[in-house]
Ligand binder design. Sequence first.
Ligand code: FAD
Length: 475
Amino acid sequence: MNNSPRTIILGAGLAGLACGYELAKLDKPIIIYEKEDQIGGLSRTIWIKTAYGDFGFDFGGHRFLTREKEIEAFFFEIIGIGYIEKRNRSSHIFLKGRYFDYPIKPFTALLQMPFSLTIKAGITYWYAFFRYFYARRKIIDNFEDWVKFRFGSVLYNLFFRDYTQKAWGISPRTISSIWAAERIKATSFLSIIKNSLLPPSPESKIALTLYKQFYYPSRGIQVLSDLMAEKITTNGHNIICNSELTHISINDGQINSIEFSNGDKIKNFDNIVSSIPLPDLIAAMGDAVPSEVKTAAQKLIYRDLILVGIMLNKPEALQDSWLYFPEDQFLFVRISEPSKYGREMCPPNKTAIAAEITCNQGDNIWMMSDEDIIEKVKSQLIQLKFVNEPEVIGSFVKRITHAYPIFDLNFQENLTTILAFLSRFENLELIGRTGTFQYLNMDLALLHGRKCAFKLAGLSKDSVLEISHDHKWVG
Ligand SMILES: Cc1cc2nc3c(=O)[nH]c(=O)nc-3n(C[C@H](O)[C@H](O)[C@H](O)COP(=O)(O)OP(=O)(O)OC[C@H]3O[C@@H](n4cnc5c(N)ncnc54)[C@H](O)[C@@H]3O)c2cc1C
């Protein structure tokens, strides 16, 4: 290792690890500090040992998709071509006792609905269609109005209202229209009509979330983090787990020292790269932070997640890779079958279902006992006829914080206040999904990490925060 400047990276998720991997490759000294006892952040895989063999569960199935050629090449470089599978996706949404195509195809949905509802939905859809062209410069600030304006009130009530409220935990009227514009942009009127009437476009031309195929490492998404970490540590650098950031001292536009829960206090460094949640970074700066910045940080909302794994003594449980459940009667918003992602995720002739329950830390769902959560998920899977009681051979529950940034009506204002304050520190870089409060998927988290490394190594001047919003909305 040479004596070039030392970089401290906060967080060993994909963004932090990609940054560390590239800096280590360039022989730049780094240390990564991670709060949890395991690396990988949101892109982790839990392995459960049973008498039948080992079952793997991602924190919600992680399919790899990207439009960035350099990131696709990086993914293959890290994992190795022989260990990656190309899988077909199939997904539906369960509503009012029926399964509808997902992503939603409004024309097909109209045909699948009861006749009277089809008529109502058709009228409000076409009313919205003509109104959209007539008044498209109208200023719309919230999710509900944005979707109604494009799809009509009946399709909104059916497909968007309940799912949005259940998944993100706040009223669609208090979610920013920016969220809708980015999340649903694949379904502009012209694209709906084109997709319904013409043969499918090549994948490179459609939104990532609509891609029909995806890449996946045979033994779970954790492999991506593990292999980056292996390279970093074999090059002589440290990744220190169970070490939470506790304090940052700041002075004159610089971060002077940094402390961790394991007792480490570091003064001798040149750069801090943070991929940890912005409110945690601000809180660690203590009283040196102006009160308006503290308040803005406290107002950023993240949505949390409970992952439930149900292991089954049969080879297949679902026809789909994953299914959405917007109705409140179901505890989960999404279920998936890990063996539809990677062939090695379950022992031979066994399978599993992963159920994702969105909630907020400390709310009624979060506080339910593991036994009650498992019982409820199991009985709902039985009710849906995916599972028979005697087939269940194991189960577990895992609670995950900061799973999703929530874009409420004030998030942009709060984020701008925080970023303006943090931009004063010349030796601080922000990267990643929780670290920049952007709804980034794995590819852009990796891109953030790599770009930041190249910038710190003097190989590029690109600003990480300006990486396009264009590729989001997978998980
Ligand atoms: C349910 C779900 C499904 C998803 N599905 C997909 C998908 O199919 N495809 C896709 O591309 N993307 C998907 N994603 C997104 C993907 O998980 C993220 O883009 C990616 O993992 C973000 O990596 P990151 O490093 O930016 O952030 P994180 O993974 O959040 O990493 C931040 C790290 O910082 C650590 N940390 C936090 N606080 C501290 C502290 N105080 N001190 C030290 N360390 C700290 C955390 O423990 C964590 O390891 C999904 C996400 C979720 C939640």
